[in-house]
Design a protein around this ligand. Structure first.
Ligand SMILES: C[S@@+](CC[C@H](N)C(=O)[O-])C[C@H]1O[C@@H](n2cnc3c(N)ncnc32)[C@H](O)[C@@H]1O
Length: 263
């Protein structure tokens, strides 16, 4: 699907700045371990996913390969995951359509500059990844796959650039057990958009992103087999389905780490 995301990218950067996501300096280098501010609770969830990714995917694959990995960080934003991987001895390629310095690749420059060449910034879209086939060990969508416009195309591209025996991972994208619950979330998001996003609402909502995932969507989009690594999140997060049921609301999404072996 050919959609111009330029207007979206600029508005998204404005929105992210307004949300307080312009992390820099020590704070950027410390991510996902954010200790202060209104986003601490959210990052507390992301820490759990990150640690599960490292423990259940990165470390076993490293042991299997017997060498540090080359990891493609898809929708990398400010590149915090790439930086974490570099600190663990791996090489990382941070790919994103945004180059702004709020939390696009512009912000990631400060990290890449300290990486001794092991963190590369790659402006581009994950539906046409500007890398050679079979050139990375692991491709990670970090809070990003729900921005796909065409899930089949994006997964095919990620699979193309991963070496046979390598891994694809989906981290921190909202998964629903039922399609209907995801569609209800999208409808709620649209209904509340003006209040939540202000003047930028129409631009932010214009691209037809997939917005959420289900196991069925993954199965229909590609022949890749996915395994869910269930993550133990903070109690408040784990309690959300129960709270929603008690309040008569639809079931919430959850993240977890989804992994596929590249055949
Ligand atoms: C929620 S942010 C996540 C950023 C970062 N990975 C993190 O975990 O904090 C989603 C990112 O996906 C990027 N993105 C959206 N569509 C994309 C595309 N087609 N190709 C590459 N990146 C994309 C956005 O620019 C944004 O930086």
């Amino acid at each position: 699907m050919s959609v111009d995301l330029t207007g979206f990218a600029a508005e998204y950067a404005r929105h992210r700045a307004a949300e307080g996501r312009g992390h820099a300096g020590d704070e950027l280098m410390a991510l996902p371990y954010l200790r202060t501010g209104p986003l601490v609770r959210q990052w507390g969830v992301r820490v759990r996913s990150f640690e599960a990714l490292m423990r259940d995917v990165v470390q076993p694959l490293t042991a299997r390969q017997g060498r540090p990995l080359v990891v493609l960080d898809l929708g990398a934003g400010n590149g915090w995951l790439s930086w974490r991987l570099v600190r663990e001895g791996h090489s990382a390629i941070a790919l994103d359509i945004r180059e702004d310095d709020v939390d696009g690749l512009g912000a990631a420059h400060a990290l890449a500059a300290r990486s001794a060449g092991r963190m590369r910034l790659c402006p581009g879209s994950f539906d046409a990844i500007p890398l050679a086939s079979a050139s990375v060990d692991l491709a990670v969508f970090n809070a990003a796959l729900h921005y796909a416009l065409d899930l089949s195309t994006v997964l095919a591209e990620a699979a193309r650039v991963v070496r046979p025996g390598g891994r694809l991972a989906i981290v921190d994208s909202p998964f629903y057990a039922r399609e209907a619950d995801g569609l209800a979330m999208v409808a709620e998001k649209k209904a509340g958009a003006a209040q939540r996003f202000g003047d930028g609402a129409s631009v932010l909502l214009a691209p037809p992103f997939i917005e959420f995932l289900t196991q069925e969507r993954l199965a229909l989009a590609s022949a890749l087999a996915w395994r869910r690594n269930r993550v133990l999140y903070p109690l408040w997060y784990e309690a959300r389905p129960l709270v929603a049921r008690l309040q008569g609301r639809r079931p919430p999404s959850r993240f977890d780490v989804w992994v596929s072996v590249r055949p």
